[in-house]
Design a binder for this molecule. Structure first.
Ligand SMILES: [Zn+2]
Length: 452
């Protein structure tokens, strides 16, 4: 505890350094989607980490490299792998920004700049905590490795392969990632998983050309109706997905997960602002249950007929793009297989094509690492964090839970209105300055877990 206190005091005395380090990092526009500045940012953060006493290496992939940073070895202590990403989204039009996007500006209690929250500021906070531990005590209290992805903003296409190839190097007891925001209420949050996704396309083909709906109406087959019937056979008006076996693998919520979901407050103001008056069926399902405990089937696009004119024709084709959000322990493969079977049985003329997939992830709320992280958050924030069993969206968290086979817990540092991916991305100043303290306390608390 004495060790941690000295680190916390040290971190509190270095706000200027922490702001300067973030500014230098943000000033390198590492935009992976434009292949711009990514290696420069990788070199920069390697250089900083090496100066702070970490071992560094570059892990090449088929695309942008990942950066691996490793603190001094601590025999017998847990091995913690911290995941983050050093690439950023493009800034878009500079006119939409209050300040220059690729530098930091402190204004009104926030630090503005691309990457301040997503994700340079968040993983830098971990690194600054480790720096302080090493400078004051020779090492962090845990064996700590940072894996910094250079392609997160383009969907981490090489991450699964990289983790498989480097499983020995990445071997750990726990993964911690700090990305995205805390709960909208502002309270600290721990995330225990994400939903996966299967995206697919359905194409129904009619005649070779659009047909006059009078001259051919009643004769020519209408692909739009074919798709409408097919889609209606997949989900009923009670909101239940009616594809055979669809939810067979779903593992129901544990008691701890159900209690955690019940404790999350629903943001009625946000619902009102978005005019979400009517919820999807089934009506009785609680808000967070919908996001964490159930798969979805969404029609995100439906197009047929010629665009631009309302002509009375039987269209030649109809096309729908749909996605399924998967919950644990559904798998992308099995799910798409069931969808394709369903299409073959109900509409054999419709072509069904897989467009993209990512597996879900889930970490047990009863993991031995949960209480230490809670204690670390309580120590800095003086309140209990919210626990989110699964986030609604999809991230490649499965590479840790399924490929490495370890628990993975998200401890986000950013505010809910961080405007990630948008103009004026920002992190609240007090959150950025508190983040290294949370990171330092987290390693101290995790070091008490007996792992071997
Ligand atoms: Zn992002």
């Amino acid at each position: 505890m004495a060790d941690l206190q000295s680190v916390l005091i040290d971190l509190d005395g270095r706000h200027d350094v922490h702001l300067a380090e973030l500014d230098r990092y943000v000033s390198i526009p590492s935009v992976s989607s434009e292949d711009r500045g990514v290696r420069e940012a990788a070199d920069h953060i390697r250089g900083r980490a090496a100066a702070w006493g970490l071992e560094t290496r570059l892990l090449e992939t088929g695309g942008q490299p990942a950066v691996l940073l490793r603190g001094p070895q601590v025999d017998g202590a847990p091995r913690v792998l911290i995941y983050g990403h050093y690439d950023v989204q493009p800034a878009g039009s500079a006119d939409d920004w209050l300040f220059e996007p690729f530098k930091t500006t402190v204004h009104g209690g926030r630090i503005y700049g691309r990457g301040t929250a997503d994700n340079k500021g968040q993983h830098l906070a971990h690194l600054l905590a480790i720096e302080s531990w090493i400078r004051l005590h020779g090492s962090a209290p845990c064996n700590v490795t940072l894996l910094l992805d250079g392609e997160e903003e383009v969907g981490s296409p090489n991450l699964a392969d990289l983790v498989r190839r480097n499983a020995g190097l990445l071997a750990c007891d726990l993964v911690v990632w700090s990305d995205g925001p805390v709960h909208e209420s502002g309270r600290a949050t721990m995330n225990f998983g994400v939903r996966g996704i299967v995206q697919f396309e359905l194409i129904a083909q009619g005649a070779a050309v659009d047909l006059h709906s009078g001259n051919w109406g009643g004769v020519g087959r209408n692909p739009a109706w074919e798709l409408v019937h097919l889609l209606a056979s997949m989900k009923n008006d009670r909101g239940l997905i009616t594809i055979d076996g669809f939810t067979d693998e779903v593992i129901p919520l544990s008691g701890a997960e159900a209690r955690a979901l019940e404790a999350l407050p629903v943001d009625d103001e946000q619902l009102a602002a978005l005019s979400i008056g009517l919820w999807d069926e089934p009506a009785e399902r609680p808000f967070y249950d919908r996001l964490a405990a159930h798969p979805t089937l969404t029609i995100s696009r439906f197009e047929t007929g010629s665009s631009g004119a309302d002509r009375a024709v039987i269209p030649a084709t109809a096309r729908a793009v749909c996605d399924v959000r998967l919950v644990d322990a559904m798998t992308a493969d099995t799910t798409f297989g069931r969808i394709a079977d369903h299409v073959r049985r109900h509409a054999p003329n419709v072509r069904c094509t897989l467009r993209g997939a990512m597996e879900p992830s889930r970490t047990d709320l009863d993991s031995a690492f949960v209480e230490p992280i809670r204690r670390a958050l309580r120590l800095v924030h003086n309140e209990d964090p919210y626990l989110v069993p699964a986030m609604g969206g999809s991230l490649p968290d499965y590479v840790f839970t399924k490929i490495l086979g370890v628990p993975s817990i998200g401890v986000p540092f950013a505010n809910a209105d961080e405007a990630n991916h948008a103009p004026n991305e920002n992190i609240e100043l007090h959150r950025y300055l508190a983040a290294p303290k949370i990171a330092a306390a987290l390693l101290s608390e995790l070091s008490k877990v007996r792992v071997r």
